[in-house]
Design a protein around this ligand. Sequence first.
Ligand code: AMP
Length: 286
Amino acid sequence: MQIIRTISEIQTWSNAQKSVGKSIGFVPTMGYLHQGHLTLCREARSKVDQLVVSIFVNPLQFGPKEDLSRYPRDEAGDLAKLRSMRVDVVFIPEVSEMYPSKFFTKVSVSNLDKKLCGAFRGGHFDGVATVVAKLFNLVSPNKAYFGLKDYQQYLIIKKMVSDLSMNIEIVGIPTVREGDGLAMSSRNSYLTVNDRAVAVILYQSLSLAKSLYEEGERDFVKIKETVLNILSSDSKIEVDYVEVLDAETLSEPVSNRPTVVAIAAKVHGVRLIDNVVLSPTLQPPA
Ligand code: AMP
């Protein structure tokens, strides 16, 4: 497994692969890897000749009051995990390599970035779209893999790729969960044992939404209120939002189209997100 830290090296590597007709798969991450990330790698591994994973804690997507400086990191542990996944290249650039002092460009996917987390984390999705666009330019992948846990991010990246005619297939991978249903996340490491036990209520509330939908409930206000009531029943939980929206456009839901129920809530100050996509076949949108 090759470790590359500079832009010129990753570009040279990528050009060399392309020149001999190899396909490239790409999994962008912020590190502190868990089974969710590794599932993306496993899916990608079986579909492409060369697999690149990036580890980059992207300052552009953190607000001034967010957890950039304490975001968990474990490069040695991550590399061991990626070796076991038979990753070909790990790209680990420094912030100064990605963003030299005069960096003026911003990629914005307007409209989709106004809802859900976008309403609470100003500039977050500009930061995500900008870094992913830059990473796509460097790695030049044929396919890139994103988790549906970060559902809005997945939609925004798909829209960016489509709007800018990037020749990259975006593959969405279902959320990987702990045994009790909590969505795996690097941020779960912030939770105390007690808070960890409380956090499972996010999944439980979404499971109930899914059951209601499967039983035929199409009153989305009622589904939203049910989820909100469950979350509000625990005083350790502070809800940022519960939204029920069209799963492709994030506009108001209509009953014959896929619908996403999305949650962001803080458990003792640790902000967690989760979602479930409801559709007659319960498949995420293509
Ligand atoms: P992050 O390191 O949090 O930026 O995540 C990197 C990629 O892994 C993103 O595409 C995430 O959506 C994805 N990911 C994170 N957690 C999970 C999970 N529990 N299941 C599936 N994908 C995930």
